[in-house]
Ligand binder design. Structure first.
Ligand code: SF4
Length: 378
């Protein structure tokens, strides 16, 4: 199985924390749609006839696309790839786009899962982030989707935000669970260099919670999710039984995927390919049949480190048997030597022949992963 990711590089507003690739000018939307369809055609061989189990519209704000635009892209994919009958077709959406009429259009275009960017249920926090919606619209969006017939819904929340107290975070989580969604992605704010938040931070216009406060927020997230029978299947992802994001899970399982659109990444087990993160350069490259991208051939070290980085964050954990089969005895032995102190300290534990993070280990996930990495050969 494999997946296709489509990057829609347009947004109404620039959120103050965001460093994804997007433009707030929709001027070239039509040209972009044509270029995306042409890229799908040009790269139809990339997945070597593997059947698609997921199609994911990310961005940017894919909910800005009309039904016709979505149908055109999905039609192009259907024309060139075999799609599983039960394929997950996800669209990232902003709450202000999800009217009842829009939900009908999305279903009509073939979308069967929504990932809704809620981020917070407090208007003052949404304003601070420069989001294009308010809290009421976020609740309404989820209700519209549910009453319209989409029940596979994920919402995104952010913690570690300026001025986010533990009480406010608790209230965000309570509201999220009350909405009866099947999936929750909760990310800790990271300040990226080229964002407004980074600028505000340098100017002293915002202050971030201290590390112990963010840890407390993460711990509350884990305990509230558990209380509501959500499975913590990846550091930032929680779901009801059987409702994991197939798209994200396929990334973490090393499945191949084709990334279409500016800034999209592709992976075929041998290399990673990165499309240019510039709308006009992308469109011109596709029009000239000379696509603008970079490619990285993966070394054995890259593959091993990626396996550690992705699997360690999941509830399935890292399998020494897979390391042995794929990377050899020496690498497997050294993995077990480095892992041992973390097992003794209670940060890693054995589960069905795999090493998984414990609750305390989840707080140290990045540090443990980087200790387990192998340095590339000079
Ligand atoms: S809507 Fe999403 S992609 Fe667009 S700026 Fe905001 S966070 Fe970034």
């Amino acid at each position: 199985m494999a997946g296709v990711y489509i990057h829609i590089p347009f947004c109404k507003k620039a959120c103050h924390y965001c460093d994804f690739h997007f433009s707030t000018s929709l001027q070239n939307k039509e040209l972009m749609m044509d270029a995306i369809c042409r890229e799908i055609d040009a790269r139809k061989g990339y997945l070597e006839n593997k059947k698609l189990s997921t199609i994911y519209f990310g961005g940017g704000t894919p909910s800005l696309l009309s039904q016709d635009e979505l149908k055109k892209i999905i039609g192009e994919i259907k024309g060139h790839f075999e799609i599983a009958y039960d394929a997950e077709i996800t669209l990232e959406a902003n709450p202000d786009d999800l009217t009842k009429g829009k939900i009908k259009e999305l279903i009509g275009a073939g979308i069967n899962r929504l990932s809704i960017g809620v981020q917070s249920f407090f208007d003052e926090d949404l304003e601070r982030m420069n989001r294009s919606h308010d809290a009421k619209q976020a609740i309404q969006a989820v209700e519209n989707a549910q009453s319209g017939g989409i029940n596979n819904i994920s919402i995104d929340l952010i913690y570690g935000l300026p001025n986010l107290t533990l009480d406010k975070w608790k209230s965000n989580l309570e509201q999220a669970f009350k909405l009866n969604v099947s999936h929750l992605s909760a990310y800790c704010l990271t300040i990226e260099e080229k964002t407004a938040f980074n600028h505000f931070l340098k100017k002293g216009k915002i202050t971030l919670p201290k590390e112990p406060e963010t840890i407390e927020q993460f711990e509350l997230l884990m305990s509230e999710a558990e209380k509501h029978n959500f499975i913590h299947y990846e550091i930032s992802n929680f779901c009801k039984e059987g409702m994991q994001s197939r798209h994200n899970s396929s990334y973490w399982s090393g499945e191949h995927y084709l990334g279409i659109g500016p800034s999209a990444h592709s992976y075929n087990g041998v290399s990673r390919q990165f499309n240019v993160a510039n709308n006009m350069k992308y469109i011109k490259g596709i029009e000239a049949v000379s696509p603008d991208f970079e490619m990285e051939i993966l070394t054995e070290e890259n593959k091993y480190n990626e396996y550690i980085m992705t699997r360690l964050r999941t509830m399935w954990g890292v399998s020494p048997d897979i390391i042995l089969d794929s990377f050899g005895k020496e690498t497997c032995d050294s993995f077990l030597v480095v892992a041992e102190p973390y097992i003794i300290s209670g940060n890693l534990q054995w589960k069905q022949d795999c090493l998984v993070l414990t609750k305390s280990g989840k707080l140290l996930a990045d540090k443990i992963a980087s200790d387990l990495f192998i340095a590339p050969n000079p």
